[in-house]
Design a binder for this molecule. Structure first.
Ligand SMILES: C[S@@+](CC[C@H](N)C(=O)[O-])C[C@H]1O[C@@H](n2cnc3c(N)ncnc32)[C@H](O)[C@@H]1O
Length: 218
């Protein structure tokens, strides 16, 4: 649930602040004024939709090892921490300051030992991360076809057959998003559509590694 829209944050590094409530927790998410951040300094509707799905399904992350990919503002990873997970929130190096800002604003001190913010560029440095995550989260990270093989290789490295991956995507035209979910991902993962937001054309997928698919094959 979005509580309040577009209040101005007078800290000039952050131009927009939105407040959300999911699963009884309050989240305060700001967007950086740094135009260099590109797609990272928006709160994407697909990410918010995945938060709504987590709330609707009453998903519990207690004690689970979770990683968020392409976190942007960090909204999904922050919710996972508030729901009890041990969470690594990742994105490209220049985005980490924005994530840190939102973590500080939304996660009480008592939970901060369960959050870790780290740089992870798909297909490049995933080998520095373990392969035993329980949950992998990605909101609106499927939109640029050149990165699809990189993203798949990172998902393969981070996951095992008991890992549950949740990805949400707005089905933008011309970005070959169907191709990713219907052809590319199913080479190594079983991919189930678990929620469809018709109004905004956003899908949530639950993705599980196929038993024959080992890591780092791409
Ligand atoms: C459209 S934004 C989505 C942000 C956030 N997940 C949300 O739902 O609001 C896509 C994010 O993916 C990240 N990203 C794009 N390509 C990446 C790559 N090759 N490696 C790591 N992150 C990447 C961007 O930096 C950006 O933060």
């Amino acid at each position: 649930m979005e509580l309040q829209k577009d209040s101005i944050d007078f800290n000039t590094d952050y131009i927009l602040e939105r407040k959300y409530q999911f699963c009884g927790h309050h989240l305060c998410i700001s967007q950086s004024s740094d135009a260099q951040l590109g797609t990272s300094n928006f709160i994407w509707e697909a990410g918010v939709d995945l938060c709504r799905y987590i709330e609707k399904q009453n998903l519990n992350f207690k004690g689970m090892k979770v990683i968020e990919l392409g976190a942007g503002t960090g909204i999904l990873g922050i919710l996972a921490v508030l729901l009890g997970g041990n969470v690594t929130i990742t994105d490209q190096p220049n985005v980490l300051k924005q994530i840190q800002h939102n973590v500080t604003a939304s996660i009480p001190m008592s939970c901060r030992d369960r959050v870790n913010i780290r740089a992870l560029s798909w297909g490049c440095d995933h080998a520095q991360f373990p392969s035993d995550y329980d949950i992998i989260l990605g909101g609106e990270i499927v939109y640029y076809s050149k990165t699809y093989p990189l993203l798949v290789s990172t998902l393969q490295h981070l996951s095992h057959e008991k890992t549950t991956i949740y990805l949400s995507s707005k089905l933008w035209p011309d970005f070959q998003i169907h191709q990713f979910y219907e052809n590319i991902l199913p080479e190594h993962f079983d991919c189930e559509l678990v929620n469809r937001n018709e109004e905004d054309n956003i899908n949530v997928y639950k993705v599980i590694k196929k038993s024959s698919s080992s890591g780092d094959q791409l």
